[in-house]
Design a protein around this ligand. Structure first.
Ligand code: MN
Length: 729
């Protein structure tokens, strides 16, 4: 092993920089280089080389990708915060905020711990890393870091090799793929495969080695044949062949259940042209030169892949009988395919789908793609923020599971995302080992643990305002509904009553036994407490409940009164049919058992002073002494003294005449009073007599004058009643 020489190492890095970024500021980069060498002085890697060789290698990978100066410097410094005494402030003072922030971003990603998890969890973890990175350069440098670590993994323990390889396969290679950094993705996959299935890896490399000479010869001759033919056709293009990467062959073997000897198309060719029309021209010529394999043609130009990849793919059989794949694309498509942060990978990631505003949100990716078409765009990755997931936050459980929550979520949301029992018994929360307020807004990558207690009082009502996820809120409401019924009823009743007061509805109206059953039916509950309880836990608003109940009361009052009047009328009709019993209770002076009739003009009742009139052939007709008919004709000699018996068991018909202001509801109100007094109504007739006046004539069946007077007195109180008399006046 040669001695590490900073000058030689920087010289090598400079060569890569000059090749990929001619305008790179080598002096600035040298500053970061020297800083890293000094900071990591004395630290060694497991392979015995100075630690800084790792960060120089990561910087070289960044340079190969054509990243900007800040990225290369940050790559050189990427382990200084984690592994040395260096601080963010120091980096910022020396190299600017950009470099310092990128290094800090990479450090945060490095600190994320994860274990093997289900696919859905991994998907969240990938998103979390993207979201944590904030700046695309952070991710790209993290990928460079990982790539170099994978390249030098042979010095690690078998356990670490396996763990890192899984992580690479599950997390980093898919991220590279999504960002469209295919070269890096391929290498990461191959390196991970080497440790995950060494035998399978070896099997494939053996075959490739065995066939290497043949394949290389084949590759050369094909490149020449295709190039010459295109030149003849007048199409400017670049043709090159390559071996497929090992993991792609491996996956094909296992998904298609093929033996390695059955995999023929180990070679793939690319034809890169200047414009779109040439893509299809080239395809036609290729199919003319070689026999296409049916079913293998794919037009990813008219239908790009989710990560915006565009190409024509076809598999053909060469003259030697060896099948091979040809990819045809423009330079623009090629650059996107090799290096691009693919514009539409979001669609593939599912979940975030094609929400409104995505176009704006992903504008930066479009900008990136556009800048790539510009050959000397120095700052591909400048100011590019990874804000793909700014409506989500990703956090860890203490076991390393990843939970995706809405942005701004709190430990309450987290607790309920775990289980409602955890939320309901929560008394506090720790984030990254420290106690936090329950309203603490969770940050990407936080490790959250919930402190619970069996004697916890349960969620508090203001949690409903703190929680950000619908899931948490509905679980909290559920709890209040179930566990706190009594409290909810009390609280709900208060809210109901104050709302009822506001709209002028009294609780007596609500609990009126005539109407309550209708209310309960309308609200689909068994008693009012159910209504109060649901107001109490927030399932229904007080104003909604009051509104519906108010409607129901109005509707029923009308119906109830109508029924009452119908009943009165029925009773009256029945009585009318029944002939009144022979009138008793009246003693006629000097006559026994004479026929008695009560006059219709003044309808006397027991208690009224009365007088009898001797009719022709119809016995004695009984009048009140104050009846106009008696007063007008007192001297005719046909009047006879009569009096009430002591014990009267009969009832008597009595008329009353009401004069009142004409108004809607008058009859209803009169009927209500009569009903209240339990009066027996034989008939009731109302009519408007003009000039805003109504008269109501009621025939009652009563016991005596006192009862009648009482009824009259009560009726005087009905609104609009001007006068009540008994007729015969
Ligand atoms: Mn590193």
């Amino acid at each position: 092993m040669t001695e590490f020489s900073p000058d030689n190492a920087f010289e090598a890095l400079s060569r890569v920089l000059k090749e990929n970024s001619p305008n790179a500021d080598l002096d600035r980069i040298r500053g970061a280089f020297d800083f890293a060498v000094k900071a990591h002085d004395g630290q060694m890697r497991r392979d015995g080389t100075p630690y800084v060789t790792h960060t120089i290698a990561a910087a070289t990978i960044a340079a190969e990708m054509g990243l900007d100066d800040e990225s290369v410097m940050a790559a050189l410094l990427h382990d200084t915060l984690e592994d040395t005494d260096t601080t963010h402030d120091q980096l910022e003072a020396e190299f600017g905020a950009d470099v310092a922030d990128i290094v800090e971003g990479v450090t945060k990603l490095t600190r994320v711990q994860y274990s093997t998890m289900e696919e859905a969890q991994m998907e969240n973890l990938r998103k979390m890393l993207m979201a944590m990175a904030k700046d695309i350069r952070v991710i790209l440098i993290k990928l460079a870091d990982r790539l170099h670590n994978m390249r030098t993994m042979s010095f690690q323990s078998p356990e670490k090799q396996l763990a890192k390889s899984r992580e690479t396969m599950e997390i980093y290679a898919p991220i590279a793929h999504r960002l469209g950094v295919e070269k890096m993705k391929d290498e990461l996959e191959d390196l991970a495969l080497l440790y995950l299935d060494p035998v399978g890896y070896q099997e494939i490399t053996n075959i490739l080695d065995k066939r290497r000479d043949t394949l290389e010869k084949f590759q050369k001759s094909m490149e020449e044949r295709i190039s010459q033919r295109m030149e003849k056709e007048g199409i400017a293009c670049t043709v090159y062949g390559r071996l497929k990467h090992i993991y792609s062959i491996y996956r094909k073997m296992y998904t298609q259940h093929l033996g390695v000897e059955e995999i023929f198309d180990l070679c793939a060719f690319r034809v890169i042209v200047n414009d779109l029309a040439d893509c299809y021209n080239v395809l036609g010529i290729i199919h003319e030169m070689f026999r296409p394999v049916p079913g293998r043609f794919k037009d990813y130009i008219s239908t790009p892949k989710p990560n915006n990849y565009q190409s024509l793919h076809t598999t053909v059989i060469g003259t030697e009988g060896i099948p091979f794949e040809v990819q045809i694309r423009t330079w623009q498509m090629h650059v996107t395919a090799e290096y691009g942060v693919a514009a539409h990978w979001k669609y593939k990631s599912g979940g975030i789908g094609s929400k409104d505003g995505d176009e704006e949100k992903f504008a930066w990716i479009r900008r990136l793609l556009e800048s790539q078409q510009d050959a000397d765009a120095q700052d591909f990755y400048h100011d590019l923020k990874v804000d793909l997931f700014d409506d989500e936050v990703f956090v860890f459980t203490p076991n390393g599971d990843v939970k995706s929550l809405p942005a701004g979520a709190t430990p309450i949301d987290f607790a309920y995302a775990i289980h409602s029992a955890v939320g309901n018994s929560m008394t506090g929360a720790k984030v990254n080992g420290r106690i936090v307020p329950i309203a603490y807004p969770l940050q990407n990558g936080d490790i959250v643990s919930i402190i619970t207690s069996h004697s916890a009082a349960g969620p508090s009502r203001d949690w409903l305002n703190i929680a950000r996820s619908g899931e948490a809120r509905s679980k909290i409401r559920q709890w209040f509904k179930k566990e706190r019924r009594e409290e909810n009823i009390v609280q709900g009743r208060d809210m109901f009553e104050s709302e009822a007061r506001r709209v002028g509805l009294s609780m007596a109206d609500v609990t009126d036994p005539e109407i309550l059953p209708h209310i309960l039916k309308r609200m689909a509950v068994t008693d009012l407490d159910d209504v109060f309880a649901s107001i109490g836990y927030g399932g229904m608003t007080a104003s909604h409940a009051v509104g519906r109940i108010h409607d129901e009361i109005v509707r029923n009052r009308t119906a109830v009164r109508k029924t009452e009047i119908d009943k009165m009328q029925e009773r009256a009709d029945r009585r009318q049919q029944k002939e009144l019993k022979a009138v008793q209770g009246v003693l006629v002076e000097g006559l026994d058992n004479c026929l008695i009739k009560f006059s219709r003009c003044c309808t006397p009742v027991p208690g009224d002073p009365i007088i009898g009139f001797i009719t022709r052939g119809l016995g004695v007709s009984i009048h009140r002494k104050d009846c106009v008919n008696y007063r007008r004709d007192a001297d005719s000699g046909r009047w006879i003294n009569v009096s009430w018996a002591d014990h009267i068991t009969d009832s008597y018909a009595a008329d009353i005449y009401i004069t009142a202001d004409e108004r809607g509801g008058l009859v209803m109100d009169i009927a209500t009073v009569l009903n209240y007094l339990n009066a027996k109504v034989r008939s009731l007739n109302a009519r408007d007599v003009g000039k805003g006046v109504s008269t109501v004539v009621i025939t009652l069946e009563i016991q005596d004058a006192r009862e009648l007077q009482n009824i009259i007195n009560r009726l005087q109180g009905v609104r609009g009643v001007r006068d009540i008399n008994r007729g015969g006046m």
